[in-house]
Each structure stands twice: as structure tokens, then as C-alpha cells.
Design a protein around this ligand. Structure first.
Ligand SMILES: *Cc1c(COP(=O)(O)O)cnc(C)c1O
Length: 432
């Protein structure tokens, strides 16, 4: 039989609804808490910061939520994304396992982040909001939100961690090309930033500081809201389009995944590819395993504690029930900057506690070497974040070989690494 290398879907087959796993979880997550009163957070308490419809999605128990037509039209710029059989990798590993990957790197910004940036910009614009703020580490989320805001005529201010702003100039240029305004954080455009600079003019910034600046600007600017690119329930919801497409694509091959694998930062791409399949474990008795690949330098699900913690370093956000390394945890400066978040979010943490998903750690060097192998077998240079998923998929495919098992492995390629070539150069020169 001839191999089908990639499975594409016509636009007419694109999912019309997102899947909300809150409708099917055996145990509902504990509520978010107001940090001052320690009482469950009410939706209206989130509305000064987030667009109303996004807050409604954050709390919704509806199983399926319609994707608005305007959002679908923009998603069609790059969706449906291909499902690809990693036949080159299978051959190199000489494994009986079938390996598939969902290629989210084909989005114009190079990652899955656009899947949530587009609906977030849409719901803000629909409400009449004119200004948006956010923070970004390596710049993936900031890039996605910059083009999404441009589509809906929104003005965007991005606070980018100063260290990355100076070390990773290209994503800053991508954001500016799309019309976003980028500030190295700490900046002098917020009081919080000015206070830090007064004490420490050379401060290199952190995600926590950048969040605090973006929140301050959103609260103090008329007609302005804040956005987040991962962790929150509504972000995971938007990302389920990945798994819903993959489900249709796999149906065309006759295969069903035994293992679903994705890298884990705040949980959005992992949830996106996993939840549509997890619903068949919960409702139809399927036995797929869901495996999150965490960096050894930031193992929140694998080594963190399940407890209430803040989402940011400064302690300004609601308290979130989650697996966390502590909101003041400072992970090492690994190249996969998108995986350096300290916590796992409300839904994923509950699923982990209930034994419905698993997590594994991957050392940076093993991850990047798997990325190198993948580049040479499949021709795509993966994002440093995505290499963690590849390393775990390779490990499982080798186990299948040892056991002589013909299993089906599906992993998510969350992004490409063409703006991360300095990392690959260090690997190739033996300088990691
Ligand atoms: C942001 C990012 C991640 C990590 O975020 P999640 O919310 O855990 O998906 C992973 N891969 C890429 C390419 C990213 O940009």
C-alpha cells in the first residue's frame, strides 16, 4: 500500500465549534479565588480586565461553543493545518509504531498561538474595546496577537521581557511589522516599570514584571483590556480546534491514537490536541494515554505541588488551584522560553490529579537533539519548545520497537524554529 504522507482537510470540513472539556470532567476543578476575600471569583470581577465574552467562556459548562464566522474566515488563512505521517522519523528509528504530527508551524506567525489570538481580538473588538495590552516572553504570543489586533483595528501594546527584547530581535520586528507597539519591560510607560527602573536601572525583566505592567496599563487606559496567551480556560478552549481537526484527519486513515503527546508551557497546545480525544476516554471507554512533555528545568506537573497559587510573580492575579512550582520560582534560562511558566492551570491540574493525563520531563539537550533528528528526517526545523514533544515521541516509538508493538503515536508540532537558529547553532557548535 502506498503511504499517505499528509492528510489535509478542505476548508468546508473545518470544525464549527470548540470543545469545552469542563462539560465532561468527572471532577470539576476548584474555583478561582479572589486573593483579597478568598471567596470564589465572580465573572464580573474579571470583566474590567478581560472582554465579557471571554470571561463567559472561562466559566462556561457548555460542551460545544460556536466559532464565529469572522473568526473562521481568518483561521482559514492557515487552517485546516496538515496532519503529517512522520515516515522519515519512523524509518530512522526503525520502529513499528506509526507516528503522526499535527503541523501547527504552518501558521503565518509560526506557532499555534494564533488560534487563540484571533478569537481574543475578535471578542474585544465586538465589545467596542479599542486598546489591548499583553506581555510576551520570547515573542510568540506577542507576534500572534499583533496580527490578530491588526485584523480587527485594535491598538496593541506588548510588554516584552527586556532580556528577550535585546537577545531575540527578530520577533520584536515581526510584532512591529504587524503594527504592534513593543516595550522592553521594565519600561518607563507604567508606574510599576518606572519604580523598578528607579531602583535597578539595569533590570533585565521577567514575565511577572511584564504581566504587572500590561495589567496596570489595561486598568488605567479607557476602553482597554488585557489578554493572556495560555493557562486560562478560554485559551485552552480555542486551541481544541487542533485536536478536533486531527480527529477528522485520523478517521480518514483508519488509525486512532494510543498516545497523544505535546510540550507543556501553560498547557494550551497540549490541551488543544488532547481534549477532543480525552473526551472519548471519558465517554466512550477509549484508553488513549495523554503525555505532557515538560522541560526538566521547569517541571510544574511532574514535580510541583497541587495548591492555590498566583498566576504572576507580583501576586496580582486571582488565586488559581494548580500544580505549581511557586509563583516566585525562577527557572533556568532555557532556550524553550515558552515553557518557563511556573504553573499548570485549573483544568489540566485537575485532570492530572485525577490520573487522566500524565507528565514527563525532558532535558534541554535531549530535546534539541531530537529536534535535530526531526529536522533531518522531516525537513522542518522545530521550535525549541516543540522539541520536547518530539523527544518524548521518539522515546515512546523506541519503546514500541523493543516491545514489537505497532502502536499509533500522535504529537503536536506547536511551532517552527526558524527564528531560534541561534539555539541550533549553539547545539551544533557543542556550546550548550
Ligand atoms: C507558547 C508556546 C508553547 C508553550 O505554550 P503552551 O500554552 O503550553 O502551548 C509551546 N510551543 C510554542 C511554539 C509556543 O509558542
Amino acid at each position: 500500500m502506498k503511504l499517505t504522507k499528509k492528510i489535509t482537510l478542505p476548508e468546508s470540513e473545518m470544525p464549527r465549534q470548540w470543545y469545552n472539556i469542563l462539560a465532561d470532567m468527572p471532577n470539576a476543578p476548584q474555583p478561582l479565588l479572589n486573593p483579597k476575600t478568598r471567596q470564589p471569583l465572580k465573572p464580573e470581577e474579571m470583566e474590567p480586565l478581560f472582554a465579557k465574552e471571554l470571561v463567559a467562556q472561562e466559566f462556561s459548562k457548555e460542551r460545544f461553543i460556536d466559532i464565529p464566522d469572522e473568526v473562521l474566515t481568518l483561521l482559514k488563512i492557515y487552517r485546516p493545518t496538515p496532519l503529517v505521517r512522520a515516515s522519515g522519523l519512523e524509518k530512522a528509528l526503525d520502529t513499528p509504531a506509526k507516528i503522526y504530527f499535527k503541523n501547527e508551524s504552518v501558521s503565518p506567525v509560526g506557532s499555534h498561538k494564533l488560534n487563540s489570538a484571533i478569537p481574543q481580538a475578535y471578542y474585544n473588538a465586538k465589545q467596542g474595546i479599542k486598546h489591548i495590552t499583553t506581555e510576551t516572553g520570547a515573542g510568540q504570543w506577542g507576534s500572534a496577537l499583533s496580527i490578530a489586533c491588526q485584523h480587527f483595528g485594535l491598538d496593541l501594546n506588548v510588554f516584552m521581557v527586556k532580556n528577550s527584547y535585546n537577545l531575540k530581535p527578530y520577533r520584536k520586528i515581526v510584532m512591529r511589522t504587524y503594527g504592534g507597539q513593543v516595550h522592553a519591560s521594565p519600561s518607563n510607560v507604567t508606574k510599576f516599570g518606572r519604580d523598578i527602573l528607579a531602583k535597578d536601572p539595569d533590570c533585565q525583566g521577567s514575565l511577572g514584571i511584564a504581566i504587572s505592567e500590561a495589567v496596570e496599563m489595561a486598568l488605567e487606559t479607557p476602553n482597554c483590556r488585557y489578554t493572556l496567551g495560555s493557562v486560562l480556560n478560554h485559551v485552552l478552549l480555542h486551541q481544541t480546534i487542533i485536536g478536533l481537526e486531527a480527529e477528522k484527519q485520523l478517521e480518514l486513515t483508519g488509525d486512532y491514537p494510543d498516545k497523544v503527546i505535546a510540550c507543556f508551557g501553560g498547557g494550551s497546545n497540549f490541551s488543544g490536541i488532547s481534549f477532543p480525544f480525552l473526551r472519548h476516554n471519558l465517554k466512550d471507554g477509549k484508553k488513549t494515554r495523554f503525555m505532557a512533555a515538560e522541560p526538566a528545568a521547569c517541571p510544574k506537573l511532574t514535580k510541583g505541588k497541587m495548591e492555590y497559587d498566583f498566576g504572576d510573580t507580583a501576586g496580582m492575579t486571582p488565586l488559581i488551584p494548580m500544580y505549581t512550582l511557586g509563583h516566585d520560582f525562577q527557572p533556568a534560562q532555557i532556550h524553550a522560553a515558552g515553557l518557563r511558566y511556573h504553573g499548570g492551570g485549573q483544568i489540566v491540574s485537575q485532570l492530572k490529579q485525577d490520573g487522566l493525563i500524565e507528565s514527563y520531563t525532558v532535558e534541554q539537550k535531549d530535546a534539541l537533539n531530537a529536534g535535530l533528528l526531526f529536522s533531518r528526517c522531516e525537513g522542518i526545523i522545530p521550535a525549541p519548545e516543540s522539541t520536547h514533544a518530539i523527544a518524548l515521541a521518539v522515546q515512546e516509538a523506541l519503546k514500541a520497537k523493543e516491545a514489537g508493538k505497532e502502536e499509533v503515536i500522535l504529537f503536536n508540532l506547536s511551532g517552527h524554529g526558524l527564528l531560534d537558529l541561534a539555539t541550533y547553532e549553539m547545539l551544533l557548535d557543542g556550546k550548550l
